[in-house]
Design a protein around this ligand. Structure first.
Ligand code: COA
Length: 286
């Protein structure tokens, strides 16, 4: 029986599936094998009915030291066909798949988050870091620029002076600085990290999945639209929610606030699955 650990592991608990980049001895540097497995795992979990939220993190106290310089760069220099295939796979999961993911995604950062790992960091919907985390766009320090889409997603995420500063200097920075400039949502004391991740996941799971999915897609898509396109898209998207939301959130939310006065949307969502227990005022008047 093989005792070799898989380079990607999944742990499932209460609707949250945690994908773990698992090369702790290499600080979870991303090898071709890791990319293949991450891509496959994300695809599977998107279709898994028991997975409501996906968390991405690394084993052994680090997020990821970026691309594996030995296996991903030097190892494929003589094999352009494989290099192209691997670049496509690496980019697919770290950007296209995560950026368009149907379910909410959370990056959890501890220890090192370097270079190519900024792609999945910035493609996830939310990112929480331990105050022990160290971030670095180190590429300039070893002779390349932040490639694949790293430069692009960095400058799209933070103010452009911060992007230039960290890409050109390659200086390491901590989690509070990462939160200040907008690479992550917040930094928390290391001992609170697990509780904070659970808290965010619980909040997300109380929302209607259909409305949440449409909302995160909308925020992402309108970034590159002009105002006319955005009006049109958002109108159509809002109409579409009403068709495919099993919670019937629009009707439920309105009725429970306007008619029943049973909750206040400013302070949280209505309880999922409560449409059936709601007395339709139009029906009761008949
Ligand atoms: N690619 C390949 N191997 C890597 C790696 C990477 N990106 N990052 C770490 N490793 C390997 C080291 O070579 C070492 O392997 P070894 O045990 O066979 O010698 C092992 O992981 C542990 O790394 P080490 O440098 O000893 O750990 P550390 O905790 O002292 O330092 C880092 C960690 C992340 C600061 C340091 O390894 C580093 O600077 N890595 C390069 C990160 C980088 O620039 N990535 C950009 C890629 S786009």
């Amino acid at each position: 029986m093989s005792t070799v650990e898989p380079v990607v592991k999944v742990e499932k608990y209460n609707g949250v599936s945690t994908i773990i980049m698992n090369r702790p001895k290499k600080r979870n540097a991303m090898s071709p094998e890791l990319h293949e497995l991450m891509d496959k795992t994300l695809e599977e979990l998107e279709q898994d009915p028991d997975t409501k939220i996906v968390v991405i993190r690394g084993a052994g106290g680090n997020f990821s030291a970026g691309q594996d310089l030995k296996e991903f760069f030097r190892g494929m220099e003589e094999n352009p066909t494989k290099a192209k295939h691997m670049a496509e796979t690496a980019n697919r999961w770290r950007w296209e798949r995560l950026y368009n993911y149907d379910k909410p995604t959370i990056a959890v950062i501890e220890g090192y988050c370097v270079g190519g790992a900024f792609m999945q960091l910035l493609a996830t919907d939310f990112a929480i870091a331990s105050e022990n985390a160290t971030f670095s766009l180190s590429e300039v320090n070893w002779g390349i620029l932040p490639g694949a889409l790293v430069s692009k997603v960095v400058v799209d995420s933070v103010l452009y002076r911060h992007a230039l500063y960290y890409a050109c200097l390659g200086e390491a920075f901590d989690a509070k600085e990462a939160a200040r400039v907008g690479f992550i949502n917040y930094a928390v004391p290391h001992e609170s990290l697990e509780a904070e991740v659970d808290k965010l996941a619980d909040k997300l799971m109380k929302k209607s999945p259909a409305v949440l999915k449409a909302t995160k897609q909308a925020i992402r898509q309108v970034r590159t639209m002009d105002f006319g396109q955005a009006y049109d898209y958002l109108l159509a998207k809002n109409t579409a929610i009403r068709v495919d939301d099993p919670e019937k959130s629009y009707q439920t939310g309105l009725a429970q606030f306007v008619d029943n006065k049973s909750y206040k949307p400013v302070y949280g969502p209505f309880e999922l699955g409560t449409l059936l227990s709601y007395d339709d005022p139009k029906k009761s008047k008949k």
